[in-house]
Design a protein around this ligand. Structure first.
Ligand code: TRP
Length: 332
């Protein structure tokens, strides 16, 4: 039997090139060789927003964009967390063996306490238990998560081991982080520093839904400097980032052309950005078209969500039935 890979996606923000070349491309590869569960974590939204703005619309948008990017509902199980309420029952069971002290020590919790001091709710404290329930409901083996989620995954491992120990049964596999190591492509942002992300400001990221005009505008505004002052100079960070972005979306000849121009000091950043913008547009256009197509195909989206819910429900209800028996619940 194939091993199980699972990941949750928060329904916030749209897919940008950074997400695409990072997480999404890896999901696409994984769906070919593992039994994959990818879901939209809409329950989790309530920990920060008791009344989320257009929750359904956001969930749909995420589903549409991940499908447009290449997640295949025939290969992976794509579902919405709230379509599988068995997760909530497992969350309850896990919470009975989760201790306040350990939950309070989780750094993401401490951060949230700082960020929203007037809404330190129990859901926020038990975020790691809900995440563990997401993972354990399908008895997942591997979780592809970023650095920021490592501690939450660590808690899921603790809860799995604890369940097995308390009930004296080797039931839940202890989930491992899926490490991509060097395969992870880092996409630099347009602000000259670090990586592409929406939290660094709107202009820093290029989204898959974006139109040509807006892409050109953003790329032309990317941070540069006044140009090289001597031949073969080491590139300062913002310039290196622009080249790195170009390496991802442009042809090798194009990169080489501008690299040589940089080295012999004839480079014009305006020309380079124009080229970069056109190459990004080339890359993004088919995604934007698919996003638009899918967005207006409610029938198809409904079909995908139903199919995912059904497959996820099948696996989740099996787990819940077994967990109930293990703990000692029996129906009369
Ligand atoms: N906490 C994850 C994030 O913020 C989302 C998530 C929820 C998740 N449940 C999960 C990730 C289970 C992996 C496995 O990105």
């Amino acid at each position: 039997m194939k091993e199980i890979v699972l990941s949750g996606i928060r329904p916030t923000g749209n897919l940008h090139l950074g997400n695409y070349y990072g997480a999404v491309q890896n999901f696409i590869k994984l769906q070919d060789s593992y039994n994959c569960y990818f879901f939209i974590a809409d329950y989790h939204s309530l920990t920060t927003h008791p009344h989320p703005d257009d929750l359904h619309g956001r969930v749909k948008q995420i589903l549409v964009e991940y499908l447009a990017a290449g997640l295949d509902p025939e290969k992976a199980t794509l579902y919405v967390q709230s379509d599988v309420p068995e997760v909530v029952e497992l969350y309850l069971f896990l919470n009975m063996n989760a201790y306040i002290g350990e939950l309070e020590r989780v750094t993401t919790f401490k951060e949230k306490v700082r960020k929203q001091p007037d809404n330190v709710n129990a859901g926020l404290l038990t975020y790691p238990t809900l995440m563990a329930a997401d993972i354990l409901i399908h008895k997942s083996n591997y979780i592809p998560v970023g650095k920021d989620q490592e501690q939450n995954l660590e808690k899921a491992r603790d809860f799995a081991e604890r369940f097995n120990r308390i009930y004296g049964i080797d039931y839940f596999p202890v989930p491992q982080a899926f490490n991509f190591g060097n395969e992870l492509i880092k996409v630099p942002g347009l602000d000259g520093s670090g990586k592409m992300g929406k939290s660094e400001g709107e202009g820093n990221a290029i989204f898959l839904y974006e139109d040509d005009k807006s892409i050109r505008k953003k790329v032309m505004r990317a941070v540069t400097d006044s140009g090289p002052t001597e031949p073969n100079q080491v590139k300062p960070e913002p310039i290196q980032n622009l080249f790195n972005l170009m390496k991802i979306v442009s042809k090798p000849e194009t990169v080489q052309f501008f690299d040589e121009a940089y080295n012999n000091m004839s480079i014009r950043y305006g020309d380079m950005k124009k080229q970069l913008a056109e190459d990004i547009i080339q890359m993004v256009t088919p995604f934007r078209e698919r996003i638009n197509e899918l967005s207006s195909n409610d029938e198809y989206i409904k079909k995908v969500a139903r199919m995912g819910a059904e497959k996820a429900h099948e696996s989740a209800s099996k787990t819940i039935k077994e967990v109930r028996e293990i703990i000692g619940f029996r129906s009369f």
